[in-house]
Design a protein around this ligand. Sequence first.
Ligand code: BGC
Length: 738
Amino acid sequence: MKRHTLALAAPLLALAATTAITAPAQAQQAARPWSNAKLSPDARAKLVLAQMTEDEKLTLVFGLFGTDFAPKNFKTPAEARPGSAGYIPGIPRLGIPAQWQTDAGVGVATQGSAVNKRGRTSLPSGIATAATWDPALAFKGGAMIGAEARASGFNVLLAGGVNLLREPRNGRNFEYGGEDPLLAGTMVGAQIAGIQSNHIISTVKHYAINDQETDRFKMNAVLDRTAARMSDLLAFNFAIERGTPGSVMCSYNKVDGLYACEQPWLLTDVLRRDWGWKGFVMSDWGATHSTVAAANAGLEQESGWPFDEQPYFREPLKAAIAKGEVSKARLDEMAHRILRSMFAHGLFEHPITAAPLDLPPAMLKAHADVTRADAEAAIVLLQNKGDVLPLAATAKRIVVIGGHADKGVLAGGGSSLVYPVGGNAVPGLEPKVWPGPVMYHPSSPLEALRRQLPNAQITYLDGTDATAAAAAAKQADVALVFATQWTGEAFDVSLSLTDNQDALIDAVAGANARTVVVLETGGPVLTPWADKTAAILEAWYPGTAGGEAIANVLTGKVNPSGHLPASFPRSLAQLPKPSAPNEGETRYAEGAAVGYKWYDAKGDKPQFAFGHGLSYTRFAYAGLKAAAPKGTVTVRFTVRNAGTRAGADVAQVYVSGNGWEAPKRLGAFQKVSLAAGASKPVTVTIDPRLLAVFDGASNRWKIAGGSYKVLLGHSADDIAATTTVTVPARTLPASWHP
Ligand code: BGC
C-alpha cells in the first residue's frame, strides 16, 4: 500500500480515458504546425493550445496515480506504466504524448504495492552525490538514471530533491543535497541537467521549506522570507538555473500558514516573477487542497489522484471556470506551461514506448560502473588516526562486524526506493511495508574485501553479540565495524545509532585500537565513540555497487575524496532545535544560519565540519588572490598534491562579510584531481548573490561596498589561507542570474 490511508472513494477513471483517435501520421503532420521543432517551445505550445478543447486542457492538468490503490477503489488506466507514480493521458488527436512519471533521485523506483518490481540501477543517495562535490559526476549519474527511466517507459522523472538540510533528523535528508545552498543547488542542478539530457522532464522538489517529515502533510513551516531567499529558496534557485527542470513539485507542508501548493508567494512571486521560470508546477501526491486557491496561486497540475482528499482539478476546476472563479486564461496558462516543458525537453520528438520489466544486462553493467564511480567519490574519510587506512597489504587477520556487510549495503526508504536487480540482499527486516521495505543492495563489502585481499584471513560476525565481537577484534590486526542508520520518507529519525550499535563500537574499540567504523547513514549521526576509534568512513547509502566502492576505498585502490555536505554535530544540544521535530508548526528562528553557518555564528565547533574529508594524500594551497574588477569576485590559487599518492582535493572558497546571517558563506568550490607531486592553478568566481543580503522591502539583492575576506580551506573549520577583496556597492534585482 502507498503512504496514506484515505477514506473517500471516487474513482475518476472515466475522466482519464485517453481520447484515442488515430489518423494517418503524415496527414496529421502537415496539419500540426507545432510539430516544427525549429519553433520555440512557447510558440509550439501556443499553436497546439489553440486547437485544444477545454476538456483536453483539463486532462493535462490532472495527474493519476500509476498504480492501483485499493483503499480508494482506484484502478489505474491500462496505459499507465505498471507500478509507477503517475500517469497523465496524452491527446492522440493532436499528437500530445502521455506523461509517464516515476520516482526518483537515485534511479527508477517502483511503488511498494506493485506486484512486479523493476530491478534497476541505484545511484548512491542524493547526499552522497553531493559529498562528491563534483558536478560532472552528478550530471553523469543523472544521465544514467534518466537513460534507465527512458528505457523503462518514462518521460518524467520525479527527481531533483534539494530541500536544505536544516534539520539533521529529517528522514529524507538522504534524498537531498546537504546544508549549503550553493553546493546543494549546484549538485542537484547538475543531476537534473543529466536526467533531462535524455529528452525527458525532471522535477525539482519539494518546494519548499519541507525540511522535516514529522506531520509532513500539514505542518506549517515558518521562516523569515528574506532568510528563506538566502537559504532554502536559494538552493532551489541555483538548482533551477543549472538544471532548468521542466517541472517543480510543490510540497506537502504549509509555508507561512498556506499549503505550499496554494502559496502564491512561493508559486508566483518567487518562482515566476523573480526567477522567471517557465515550466509547470505539479503537486506532491496528496498535496493539493483546493481548486480555486491552488489554481490561482500557481499550481498547474494536480498529481497522483486519488491521493488528495477529493479531486480538485478536472471537474471541480471546470465548474470553477464556469463560475468565473478561475479564468479561462489561467487554464490556458496552466496547459501552456505543461506543453511548453514537453516541447522544451523533447517529449514530442523523442517518444517513449512501453518497456519490458528487465533492462538489457549490458546496460546494467555499464550503469554499475557509473554508480560505483559516484559512490567511490562520495565516501568521506572522517578520521584516520595512525594511518590505519588504507588497510595494509600485510594485514593478515581482519574481522568485519555488523551492518549486514556480508550481504550488501543499505538504501533509504520511501517512494525513491530503487528495487535492486537480484532482489533484497537482507529480506524480511521491519518495516516490510511502507515506508519500507528495508532494502539492502546485493553488493557485499565483505566479499569485495575478500576478493581484493586474497591473502588475508577475513572473518565476519553479525555484531548482535558485542562480547563475541570484542573477543574477535582482540585477535585481529584490524576490526571493521559496519554501522547503519535506516532513514526514509514519512518519518524523522534520532541521530543516535539504534540497536546498540554505539555499544558494539565501544566494545570493539575497547578491544582493538585499530578499529575502523564504516557508516551507512542517511545523513549526520552522533559519533560518541569517535575518540576511541582509529578511523571513520562515511559511506552513506552507496547504491548498487556500494560494497565494491567501500572495499576499494578501504584497501586504497581508490583514494577517498568525498567531503561532508553537512555538519556532524557533537551533541543534539548544539542544534538550533535540540528537541525532535514537532507537529503543527515549526519556526526556524535560525533563519538563514543553517549548518556550518549556525556553528560559526555561535562560535561552536561540530564533531565533523561541513566540507571536511580526508585523503590518503595531502593537498597544499599557494598564491591565493582575489579581485573584483567589474564587481564579480574572481579567486585564483594553486592546489598541489603534497603527498605520495594520486588523489582529488575539494578546494573550498568561503567569503566573509558584514550583516550576514553568519560570519562566512561558501562562495565557490572546485574538485581537483592531481597526481602525486603535481599542482594545478584554479580560478573560480563567486556568484554576487552570495555576497548580498536579500532586502525584502525593495525585493533586491544588496551588496554592501567595502572589503570582504576570502578564505580558502579544506573545510569550514580548516582554513588554509586568507586574503581580502574590495567590492563596490551593488544592488541586483531578485531576477538576477549569471
Ligand atoms: C513523495 C514524492 C514522490 C511522490 C510520488 C510522495 O509521497 O513525497 O517525493 O515523488 O510521492 O511517489
